[in-house]
Design a protein around this ligand. Structure first.
Ligand code: MN
Length: 724
C-alpha cells in the first residue's frame, strides 16, 4: 500500500520542505473531504488521488500539480467548492482542480471513429493549463491500473475511450512512458481475448529469440567499445498494443510484425550518437532509405533520436535507436520533462531545442495561458475546433469564418448561407470562429454567394466554390442579357433569335470563329462584340440563304458580307422604332450601375456597352454621359422595367449645424425609413457646420424622396441634396 509518507519521501528528493508540507496538508484536507467514501475495490477513496499524485511525483511535477492531483475529485465528488479550494490552496491550485473537473464532465459520446481525433484536440483546446491534462492522464492511468473490479462491459467502454482519446494525447505530448502503459491497459480492457492470445505468442517468440537478441546486443556493444565508446546497448521490445495495431492496420501477420530485433543505444553526447551510428552501419549493412535523423530535425513533440534499420545476420531486420540520456528522458516524459527541468533539483542541461523553446516562451510569456497557446500551436498549428448544433466537432483553419465552415460542411450550405448563430447569438457571416464555439449556419432559399466574401474567406474550398458559383452565374446572366440585346438588335430587321434557322446560326459562328452560340451571347453582353453589327451580319446570312443557292453563300463567306443592304438601313426609320431594353436590376454583374451618378429606379437612364464589362447604366443627366457621344454605336436605349424590386445605392449629402448626436439622429432617421447606410464620411468644415456624405440604399425615387423629406425635418439639418 502506497501511503502519504511514501509520497513525501519521493517529493523530498526534488521539492523544498515547505512545498512537501503543503502537499501533506492537501492530503489531510482531501482525506477529510472524501471521508466515508470508498472505491469499488473497497479501499478508502483517498488512496486513488494519492496514487495519482504518485504518478505525477515520479514525473517530477511541481508542488501545485501534486496538490491539485490530491484534490482532483473534491469539486466533483464532495461538497467542497472551487472557492474553498482557492482560499485554502490558492488560485492556481483551484484553477487546476476546476480544469480537471470540467474535463471529467465532457463525455466522449460519438460513435464515429473520425470524431476521436477531433475530440482529443478539443480537450487540449479547452484547458487553460497543460498541467490539467497531465493530472487527467495520471488519473486515467491509475483508473486503468485498477480497472479489474469493474463490470466487463464498463471495462470495454473505458478501454476504448483510453485507446482513442487518452493514449494518443499522451503520445502527442511526447509522453511515451504513459502512452504505452495506457495502450496496453486499454488493449486488455477492450479486447481481453485478443490480448491474451497475443501475449502468449509474444512470450513464446521471446523465448525462441532470446539467444539471438543477446548475441546481436553483445556484438554491437563490443564493436562500440573497440571504437572507444563505452555505451550501453539495450534490447527493445514492441509493446503488445503496437504489435496488434500494426497487424490490424497494415494487414501483417504476427511473424511479420514481431520478426524484428530492436535495440537502443544511449550515448553520452550528440557527437557520440553520430559516431555510434557510423560504427553500427559498419558492423551490419544498413537498409537503404530507413535512416532518420530526428536529432537534427526533432519531431514536433520534441522527440529526438537517430533511427536506422540494419540487415540482421540471422534474417529479420535490426532496428536501432541512438540518443543521449537527456533525449531519452524527453522521449519518455515528453512535455512533463519541462517541469522536470524547471524544478531545480533535476539534471541540468537541456536535451531538446523544443523544450528550450518552451522554456523561453514560459519565461517571456509570463502566464501559463500564453504558454499553453504556444504549445498548442506547436502541436496543431493553425487549427480551431467548433461544435455543430448536433454536437459533432469540426476542425477548421485558424482565422476561418462562418462561410469557410459552411463550405467545409457542404457546398450547398455555403452557397445559400446568410448568417449564423454562434453560441446561440446571431452573428454575421464574416465572423472569425474560435475554439469550442457552437455554430449553427442559417440559410435562405435563393440566397447566393457574394463576391465580397472572397475578401475574407481563408480556405481554398470556400474560395474556389464561391469563384465557381460566381463564374457560372455570370455566364448565365451574360447569356441571358446577350440574348436580350441580340433580340433588340434583330427586332427592327424583323428577326428573332429563336426563329433563325440553325444553319444560319452555324454559318455565322463559323464566320466569326466563335465556338458556340452561348459564347457569342456572352461576348455581346460583355461588349466584346456590338449587337447591332452581329445582328446585321446574321440578317445578311439569313437573307442570302433565303435567296437560296449555295454559291451565293460561298461568296458571302469569302468576305463579301455586308454588301447586301439590310432592311433596317433601307427603311431608315427603324432605329426610332426600336423598343428600349428593360432593366430589372437583377441582371447580375453584366449590368452595372455607374458610381458617378448611381441611378435608381425612376431615374431617366441610358446604357453604355463597355468592352468586357457589359452594360453600364448612367442617369441621362450624368455629366459623364457627354463623353460617350462620340461612340453612338455603344449606346443602348434602356428603361426601367415596371415594379423593379431591390435596393439601389444612392449618394446623399447632408449639411448640419454641429450639435451633439446629430450624426446619430440622421442615421436613425435613415434606418427608420427602411434604408441601409452603406457608407458615411464626415467633412467638418468649421466649428459650426458639418457636411456628411452618405451612401444609402433605396428601392426607387419615391423611397428616396421619403427619406430626404424625413431628414430635412430634423432641426439641425441645414441643407440636404442627392449627391452627384
Ligand atoms: Mn479520479
Amino acid at each position: 500500500m502506497f501511503l502519504i509518507h511514501d509520497l513525501c519521501k519521493l517529493l523530498e528528493a526534488y521539492l523544498d520542505t515547505d512545498q512537501v508540507k503543503d502537499v501533506y496538508r492537501a492530503y489531510l484536507y482531501g482525506a477529510e473531504a472524501h471521508d466515508g467514501q470508498t472505491r469499488q475495490t473497497g479501499e478508502p477513496y483517498i488512496y486513488h488521488p494519492l496514487a495519482v499524485a504518485r504518478i505525477l511525483a515520479e514525473m517530477r511535477m511541481d508542488a501545485n500539480t501534486l496538490i491539485a492531483a490530491i484534490l482532483h475529485d473534491v469539486i466533483e465528488d464532495t461538497p467542497v467548492g472551487k472557492e474553498e479550494v482557492k482560499n485554502e490552496f490558492g488560485e492556481e491550485v483551484a484553477e487546476l482542480v476546476d480544469g480537471v473537473t470540467k474535463l471529467t464532465q465532457v463525455k466522449f459520446g460519438s460513435k464515429a471513429e473520425a470524431q476521436a481525433e477531433n475530440f482529443r484536440k478539443m480537450i487540449l483546446a479547452m484547458v487553460k493549463d497543460i498541467r490539467v491534462i497531465l493530472i487527467k492522464l495520471a488519473d486515467r492511468l491509475h483508473n486503468m491500473r485498477t480497472l479489474g473490479v469493474m463490470r466487463p462491459d464498463k471495462q470495454r467502454r473505458i478501454g476504448r475511450e483510453t485507446l482513442e482519446i487518452y493514449a494518443p494525447i499522451a503520445k502527442r505530448l511526447g509522453m511515451q512512458h504513459i502512452s504505452r502503459e495506457l495502450e496496453d491497459l486499454g488493449f486488455r480492457a477492450q479486447y481481453p481475448m485478443r490480448q491474451r492470445v497475443l501475449e502468449k505468442a509474444v512470450k513464446k517468440a521471446r523465448g525462441n529469440r532470446k539467444e539471438i537478441v543477446e548475441k546481436i546486443r553483445i556484438s554491437l556493444e563490443e564493436r562500440l567499445r573497440q571504437e572507444g565508446m563505452d555505451v550501453p546497448v539495450v534490447g527493445r521490445e514492441k509493446h503488445l498494443w503496437s504489435i496488434y495495431d500494426k497487424m490490424r492496420n497494415k494487414g501483417l501477420s504476427f511473424e511479420e510484425v514481431s520478426d524484428v530485433y530492436g535495440f537502443r543505444i544511449i550515448a553520452d553526447s550528440v557527437d557520440t550518437c553520430y559516431r555510434a551510428l557510423g560504427v553500427v552501419h559498419n558492423l551490419y549493412k544498413p537498409v537503404p532509405g530507413r535512416f532518420k535523423d530526428y536529432i537534427a530535425i526533432p519531431k514536433t513533440n520534441g522527440y529526438q533520436s537517430l533511427h536506422t534499420v540494419l540487415f540482421g545476420p540471422y534474417g529479420g531486420p535490426i532496428e536501432v535507436q541512438i540518443r543521449t540520456e537527456d533525449m531519452e528522458r524527453v522521449a519518455q516524459a515528453g512535455i512533463a520533462a519541462h517541469w522536470m527541468y524547471k524544478t531545480g533539483k533535476a539534471t541540468p542541461g537541456l536535451a531538446s531545442e523544443w523544450l528550450k523553446g518552451l522554456l523561453e516562451i514560459q519565461k517571456y510569456a509570463g502566464n501559463s495561458q500564453e504558454f499553453l497557446e504556444n504549445v498548442k500551436i506547436d502541436l496543431f498549428p493553425d487549427e480551431v475546433y467548433v461544435f455543430t448544433p448536433d454536437g459533432d466537432i469540426l476542425n477548421i483553419p485558424r482565422g476561418a469564418t462562418v462561410i469557410d465552415l459552411a463550405y467545409a460542411i457542404h457546398t450547398d450550405l455555403g452557397n445559400t448561407c446568410v448568417a449564423a448563430k454562434i453560441d446561440r447569438h446571431l452573428a454575421p457571416l464574416r465572423s472569425v470562429l474560435g475554439n469550442g464555439q457552437t455554430v449553427e449556419i442559417i440559410t435562405a432559399p435563393g440566397a447566393r454567394p457574394n463576391p465580397v466574401w472572397l475578401n475574407f474567406v481563408v480556405t481554398g474550398k470556400a474560395r474556389s466554390n464561391i469563384r465557381h458559383f460566381l463564374k457560372q452565374m455570370k455566364d448565365e446572366e451574360a447569356q441571358e442579357l446577350g440574348r436580350r440585346l441580340m433580340n433588340k438588335a434583330l427586332a427592327p430587321l424583323a428577326l428573332e433569335l429563336d426563329k433563325i434557322p440553325q444553319g444560319a446560326l452555324d454559318t455565322l459562328l463559323e464566320y466569326l470563329h466563335v465556338p458556340s452560340l452561348e459564347q457569342l451571347l456572352e461576348d455581346v453582353s460583355l461588349g466584346n462584340r456590338v449587337a447591332s453589327l452581329v445582328a446585321r451580319q446574321l440578317a445578311d446570312i439569313v437573307d442570302a440563304e433565303e435567296e437560296g443557292g449555295s454559291r451565293a453563300m460561298e461568296e458571302k463567306k469569302k468576305g463579301m458580307l455586308g454588301r447586301y443592304t439590310p432592311a433596317w438601313l433601307r427603311s431608315g426609320q427603324e432605329r426610332q422604332a426600336m423598343r428600349p431594353l428593360a432593366i430589372r436590376g437583377t441582371e447580375g454583374s453584366v449590368v452595372t450601375f455607374a458610381k458617378c451618378c448611381r441611378p435608381i429606379p425612376g431615374d431617366s437612364i441610358l446604357g453604355f456597352v463597355s468592352s468586357g464589362r457589359g452594360i453600364v447604366i448612367h442617369t441621362r443627366s450624368c455629366s459623364n454621359v457627354r463623353e460617350f457621344r462620340d461612340n453612338p454605336e455603344r449606346w443602348v436605349d434602356v428603361q426601367w422595367e415596371e415594379d423593379v424590386e431591390g435596393n439601389f445605392p444612392v449618394d446623399i449629402r447632408v449639411d448640419t449645424a454641429n450639435q451633439r448626436g446629430v450624426l446619430a439622429t440622421v442615421a436613425a432617421t435613415i434606418a427608420e425609413q427602411d434604408s441601409n447606410i452603406e457608407n458615411v464620411s464626415i467633412d467638418e468644415r468649421d466649428g459650426l457646420y458639418s457636411s456628411m456624405s452618405f451612401t444609402i440604399s433605396v428601392h426607387n425615387r419615391v423611397h428616396l424622396a421619403q427619406v430626404l423629406r424625413r431628414i430635412r425635418a430634423i432641426d439641425s439639418v441645414v441643407r440636404i441634396a442627392r449627391g452627384k
